[in-house]
Unconditional design. Sequence first.
Length: 276
Amino acid sequence: MIIDTHTHVVSSDKTKHPLDPGARGWSTEVSNDVEVLIAELDAAGVECATLVQPNATYGLDNIYQCDSAKLYAPRTVSVGILDPAAADAADKLSYWVNEHGMLGVRLQTQADADDPGCDAIWQRAEELNVPISIGGGGQPDRVDRMTKIAGRHPNVLFAPDHFAGWSGADDKAGMTTALEAMAMLPNAHLRYSSTSLGPYADLNDADRDLFRRVIEAFTPQRMMWGSNFPSSRDGGYIGQVTLGKTALPWISGDDLEWMMGKSAHKFWPMLQAPAK
């Protein structure tokens, strides 16, 4: 079963679901109604998906992701955005989980990832059995901070987004070392997407070796593919799925099955393929 762990839905009905006043980037130019996404999944042979709240789109209002996921559950789940450093972050997580069925949270904050003010939402995530995604990264010290707070909450499954920003990092060797240290945590997983698979083809041999070291550290059993569609949309949705299957020629067979779906099913065991 293929599970796309990083899709975005953005409503074309801007009256019912207006963008945040601070919205910027691709979501101000492109809509992706959930009905359209489901048709894309069907055409590409992708059974399940997580609907991830896009950054800088709806702010911290996760209602469209949650409502959309419930429409197609148990094929889809929602992953909303919250600021973990906010004083009411833990209560907001409880609200979205209990009132709107949110089944994952993406942490986005201007604070350091391991700021003590962020511990409350991690503790609440454990109580609610909700996995955590972490935005940011791109620098070794930022990855180290993610590792520190995750180490304080060993019962919470977590995964940085987009290969933790490794592909855009200047210090890829330092990022590799930091991610290898993170991978030593049993609760650590890593999501990778077209933002890391696309640039892989242009890496030199030394950087390809570093890329491979990261995957070997986490093992395919803790790697989770996501398309990043429609933020990443070259070749359409099917193009992103094809990239996920073929960009790393040294990954195949059972390892590829883990990375394209089986690992994600550990995060969201409630996901079920649609009846045929």
